[in-house]
Ligand binder design. Structure first.
Ligand code: MTE
Ligand code: CO
Length: 435
């Protein structure tokens, strides 16, 4: 069937002569160029005046028969079946519960991770917990030890916050000597961002009555590994949430159903899932996950404990490995930035391997401790280029280069990798991971 109008290309191109002048090397254009109407994108096919478009005709299959009936719980279109998490097992068959899955960052837009695509990290599988039987106990250095049912927690005033959760091990493939040739999500997808709703932890602690010598809280999960972490009391009283809802619905089992801890901006490991115990103590308990794991290997052989806050970070999600650019022309570069310090202040993009940079447009509704999407128009001339993004947060912390990051740590360091990501575009338009 032939079309009476031009089909749009997979990606948009400039059509007219009024292309804006580049603001940095490699064809980067002003972040304002498109929105201010300085550019005609040519994204849509031109419809000749007076021509009837065959796609509006009564012959369309979707107009000839009634559609499907309503359903109790919706799911994505079957045409989106390829949009899935990539699962992995940390130790293979000997410990199947120890594994996780990566969010396909390169297949998503906006800043909210759909619940079914939130990354997972389980140290001993996903327990099945009956909310009617589950209890959360607050004990230790408190005036009144308390036990909460899920139903009781539901009667407290709740708070809602957008927040990313990022595993301290996120992006570890980039600590390899050679750049792994996998998707953006399979490198950086141990991070997701949701709207979380639950009871402020400070409220529960107030009710229990914190004793003056309580300086830390041990949070423990009801999973088979009894995962637990020591958390400074200041964070617990500040913005910690005992979360019951994720993007408006109850937590998914994989995210800690029926209740998890959420510590905005801090390494994901501390946001204990399937939360059943909070013990107030004087000092950290030196749990497995704050001694043998989740510590930072330093150049002198020592290990640094308690790196809570996640570093400022960004990554270009479109284009990224797996993409083939469809020839020279206009492209909209898009990506995500986030920081454990709070808000993202600025993201720059380079198309010449870091020699020159252009400031991107940040989404206006971005929240602290949440994903911020950035975008920048770019005109590719068809020659090989190296795309990079570099974020700065409200504390003026700037994302390090890979070399700078490596220098800070010992050879075995795998956690807290947040260096600048480079994507190489070759002259065929193929995108690959590059150091
Ligand atoms: N809590 C319990 N009880 N058990 C776990 O295995 N994994 C931790 C943390 N909380 C874990 C846990 C780790 S390492 C991370 S990164 C986050 O949960 C992941 O949260 P998510 O699976 O909801 O993405
Ligand atoms: Co983790």
């Amino acid at each position: 069937m032939s079309s009476s109008v031009d089909e749009p290309r997979a990606l948009t191109r400039f059509r007219n002569a009024s292309d804006p002048t580049p603001v940095a090397g490699g064809g980067l254009l002003s972040r304002r160029a498109v929105l201010k109407g300085a550019v005609t994108l040519g994204a849509a096919a031109a419809l000749p005046a007076g021509a009837a478009d065959e796609h509006l005709g009564a012959a369309q299959p979707s107009r000839r028969t009634p559609g499907l009936p309503p359903t109790g719980y919706g799911k994505p279109s079957r045409f989106e079946d390829a949009v899935t998490r990539t699962t992995y097992h940390r130790y293979g068959a000997i410990a199947l519960g120890n594994g996780g899955s990566f969010t396909p960052l390169q297949q998503l837009r906006g800043t909210i991770t759909p619940n079914g695509l939130h990354f997972e990290r389980h140290h001993h599988g996903v327990p099945e917990i009956d909310p009617a039987k589950h209890r959360l106990v607050v004990h230790g250095l408190v005036k009144r030890p308390l036990r909460f049912s899920i139903e009781a927690l539901g009667r407290y005033p709740m708070t809602t916050a957008m927040a990313f959760i990022e595993c301290a091990g996120n992006s570890y493939p980039n600590t390899n000597d050679q750049p792994p040739q996998v998707t953006c999500g399979e490198i950086h997808g141990l991070v997701s961002c949701s709207e979380w709703t639950g009871v402020p932890l400070s409220l529960l602690l107030e009710e229990a009555g914190v004793q003056p010598d309580a300086k830390w809280i041990v949070a423990e999960g009801a999973d088979a590994v009894s995962m637990h972490r020591s958390i400074p009391i200041e964070k617990a009283l500040d913005d910690a949430i005992v979360a019951l809802y994720q993007n408006g619905e109850r937590l998914r089992p994989e995210q800690g159903y029926p209740v998890r801890l959420l510590l905005p901006g801090w390494e994901g490991n501390m946001s204990v899932k399937w939360l059943h115990r909070l013990e107030l103590v004087t000092a950290p308990v030196q749990a497995r996950d704050e001694t043998s794991h989740y510590t930072d290997a330093l150049p002198d052989g020592r290990a640094l404990q308690f790196t809570f806050e996640m570093g400022v970070k960004s990554v270009i999600t479109q284009p990224s490995p797996g993409w083939m650019l469809q020839g020279p022309g206009y492209y909209d570069i898009s990506g995500l930035a986030w920081s454990g310090a709070g808000r993202i202040a600025r993201v720059d993009v380079s198309a010449d391997g870091g020699r020159t940079w252009a400031e991107t447009e940040l989404m206006e509704s971005a929240q602290p401790f949440a994903f911020t999407r950035f975008r920048l128009p770019w005109r590719w001339d068809g020659k090989p280029v190296r795309l990079m993004s570099r974020a700065m947060d409200e504390r003026e912390q700037i994302q390090p280069t890979r070399a700078e990051w490596l220098q800070r740590y010992g050879a075995k360091q795998r956690y807290h990798y947040h260096a600048i990501q480079a994507w190489q575009v070759d002259d065929m338009g193929e995108v690959s991971n590059a150091y």
